[in-house]
Design a protein around this ligand. Structure first.
Ligand code: NAP
Length: 320
């Protein structure tokens, strides 16, 4: 099955995650070194075919959007060739810690306007609610999203880290379809598979992802985007595997990369992309060579046998 694309053209099979742009998470201005590194990462992303860029108002405390806006300002015509999505509604309580979520009209509007200023853009292609707010008033959210669309500030909407019932509830009052749900999914984070494969078994109770979330998205043409898709390099040399299962998975990733004549990153991402839900990995690397390595995932399709070999290696025990 082809990936379910967002309605705007050429959303692409992968997303370039911008959380690493702009430097550290302190409330400081962007250093020249961070600006140079961010520009090199964006050059590499564009060179290797990324057209969809994932932001959030909070990334590097606003510096990710700011440095991206500076890059756009230097490249006339680029804005129309790419898609920009961003997220809102997480409030920090101090320099380091998240305080709460806030789906109020005033906060959503304030953050969208801030993102537009930081990105130096007239519109955002897609706005996501970053994490579910238990105090969400669905009618209030519907009204503010509708107003933002009518004002031409946001074209489409999505959510992030939402389960199926929360999406269903919000969708029941929204005038616009939710286009995207962004969730943590990777070869290391496999609860989304385990909870289904272990249905009816006591072992299944230790895996919680949000039952039916993937299926809801498939059924309602909601594009699933996987954050943390590289597992922060756990199977590709970025981190030392800690368990026997992780070591075995990393070995298998290396072997399959040799067999498919591609990078190990392509195997890790290709494993997600092989799923029939048409998952779009969001890659978080800012290293130009690793961006190129990730782009190779578009060129492979794992066999069923190899897909299962990776899944079973990651779970660390045979299937029931
Ligand atoms: N919706 C949400 O709640 C949410 C949460 C988190 C992130 N996100 C989005 O998802 C994107 C990706 O998430 P992520 O950054 O957490 O996950 P990721 O893509 O799995 O990991 C990226 C990080 O791992 C490092 N890494 C990967 N492979 C490596 C290797 N072989 N060797 C050394 N380092 C390696 C990268 O460093 P280098 O830069 O040095 O390569 C980078 O720091 C973010 O940019 C953001 O757009 C969304």
């Amino acid at each position: 099955m082809q990936p379910i694309l967002m309605t705007f053209p050429d959303a692409g099979s992968m997303v370039f995650g911008c959380m690493g742009l702009g430097g550290d998470w302190n409330v400081t201005s962007i250093s020249e070194e961070a600006r140079r590194a961010s520009f090199l990462a964006l050059d590499s992303a564009l060179e290797h075919g990324f057209t969809l860029f994932d932001h959030a108002d909070i990334y590097t405390r606003g510096k990710a959007e700011q440095v991206f806006g500076d890059y756009l300002a230097l490249q006339p015509g680029l804005r129309e060739k790419i898609l920009i999505q961003t997220k809102c509604a997480i409030r920090f309580k101090d320099d380091q810690h998240v305080g709460r979520y806030d789906f109020s009209t005033s906060y959503i509007r304030q953050q969208v306007e801030q993102s537009l200023r930081q990105l130096q853009c007239g519109y955002i292609d897609l706005l996501m609610l970053h994490r579910p707010d238990p105090l969400m008033d669905i009618h209030e959210v519907a009204d503010v999203l509708q107003a933002l669309q009518q004002e031409g500030k946001v074209k489409q909407f999505g959510v992030s880290n939402f389960g199926a019932p929360q999406m269903q509830l919000l969708q029941s009052v929204l005038a616009q379809p939710l286009r995207v749900n962004q969730l943590e999914m990777s070869l290391a984070k496999i609860d989304w598979l385990e909870q289904n494969v272990l249905t009816g078994m006591v072992q299944g109770t230790s895996h919680f992802f949000g039952y039916g979330t993937v299926e809801y998205c498939q059924q309602h043409q909601v594009q699933i985007q996987a954050w943390g898709s590289l597992a922060q390099g756990l199977f590709t040399g970025g981190k030392t595997p800690q368990t026997e299962a992780q070591r075995h998975t990393a070995d298998l990733v290396r072997q399959l990369a040799a067999l498919y004549q591609c990078s190990p990153e392509a195997i890790v991402l290709g494993w997600l992309m092989r799923h029939p839900a048409g998952i779009q990995p969001v890659i978080g690397t800012t290293n130009p060579d690793r961006i190129k390595a990730c782009a190779e995932a578009r060129t492979i399709q794992l066999t069923r046998e190899h897909w299962y070999a990776l899944y079973v290696a990651s779970r660390g025990q045979p299937l029931p």
